[in-house]
Design a protein around this ligand. Structure first.
Ligand SMILES: *Cc1c(COP(=O)(O)O)cnc(C)c1O
Length: 365
């Protein structure tokens, strides 16, 4: 069986160190916001190249807390994309603000910056740019737009831990970077977890307060919530962060095997010039997607689909999300995309088997 992701294999890669980290927590004296979270926040800030990192409970909360710290809520609007995890919009709506979605660049499946202006109104207070699949959105252009309008820029880096735009790590370019550490992510815990990065001292202080009841010296001075990162998850993440660049390289080696599949019938992703890709997902496009998946399943290969429906067309959101542009790219790619098996421990021989089966499928078509 070859699966799309395999977080257990990640644990086994670093089993002894992870076990040691977890036992250290068990035998320690501070089970909440102790030395593991503190160490992770320091090392992650250094790794991304920012002054502060804040551990939170998950990636959805990271987006909500970042927006709240910016004073964004009821009556405000936030521009984002509809081709993402539901978490992106759930995080926005959790603040009381509403999302305005715009369409994608057709080669990269990331936000099309040329559509920002037509979606902009005075109620728009921020943009959430998603670095989907592991590579950067056109963040320089998006940042220019936000600066010109005087609004905040949040990077959703939940799929791109460690990736760079030019020489900067993603999450160090906007006002705030939000990360999920869900088990399958490039930096994955053994449960839920999240991180926020920023160079803005003021926002950092507010986000730190909001994650714990708005406390300042144990008095709630602003309204907050409980979204602390767990010590055990932080212990696991500390081990994995030390190996993140190496694990991302292992993903890139698997991507090289898949890159050779590019054909008229099966398009592999376009890479953004001068940027790195960390292959959270390896997503391809084909008009024969569903038949291909059935064929692969018969051969014990289980690819995924990210995502099979844009957020604004999912039942919970249908008719409730403002469309800031036409959504043609977003709505057409969902029927054609497939995520090939991709995780650092996937044996190259298995990746080759996936590639051979895909070739076989198209030869017999
Ligand atoms: C995983 C993910 C999130 C956040 O997910 P959580 O499950 O809340 O940790 C946000 N945005 C994107 C693009 C994601 O892939």
């Amino acid at each position: 069986m070859i699966y799309c992701a395999n977080p257990k294999a990640q644990y086994l890669s670093y089993e002894a160190e992870i076990n040691e980290g977890i036992f250290k927590v068990l035998n320690g004296t501070q089970y909440i916001l102790g030395e593991q979270v503190e160490k992770l926040e320091r090392s992650f800030a250094d790794f991304i190249g920012v002054s502060s990192a804040i551990g939170v409970a998950n990636g959805t909360d990271a987006i909500e807390i970042a927006l709240r710290a910016m004073g964004i809520g009821n009556g405000d609007k936030v521009i984002t994309v509809s081709h993402s995890a539901v978490a992106t919009i759930a995080g926005i709506e959790a603040t009381g603000a509403s999302a305005v979605v715009i369409d994608l660049e057709k080669d990269f499946f990331t936000m099309n910056p040329d559509l920002l202006n037509e979606a902009f109104t005075d109620e728009v207070k921020a943009v959430v740019a998603v670095h989907i699949y592991g590579q950067s959105s056109q963040i320089d252009k998006i940042k220019d737009f936000c600066s010109k309008k005087g609004i905040y820029l949040i990077e959703d880096v939940a799929q791109a831990h460690g990736a760079k735009f030019k020489n900067s790590r993603l999450g160090s370019i906007g006002d705030v970077g939000c990360y999920s550490c869900y088990p399958t992510k490039n930096l994955g815990a053994i449960g839920d977890g999240g991180l926020i990065t920023t160079n803005n001292q003021d926002l950092a202080e507010r986000m730190r307060m909001i994650r714990e009841y708005g406390w300042k010296e144990r008095i709630s001075t602003i309204k907050g919530r409980n979204s602390r990162l767990d010590e055990i998850q932080a212990a696991v993440l500390n081990v994995k962060l030390d190996n993140l660049d190496h694990d991302n390289e292992r993903r890139a080696n698997i991507a090289k095997v898949y890159d050779q599949l590019n054909s008229k019938l099966f398009q592999t992703p376009v890479r953004r010039d001068g940027c790195s890709h960390v292959f959270h997902l390896y997503v391809c496009k084909t008009k024969h997607r569903d038949e291909l998946i059935s064929f692969l399943n018969k051969n014990d290969i289980y690819p995924g689909i990210h995502y099979s429906k844009p957020i604004h067309l999912q039942p919970a959101y249908l008719g409730t999300i403002e469309l800031g542009s036409s959504m043609t790219v977003t709505e057409t790619i969902c029927d054609e995309i497939i995520s090939l098996p991709m995780y650092p421990e996937l044996p190259i021989a298995d990746a080759r088997k996936v590639a051979q089966n895909i070739q076989l499928f198209f030869t017999n078509l």
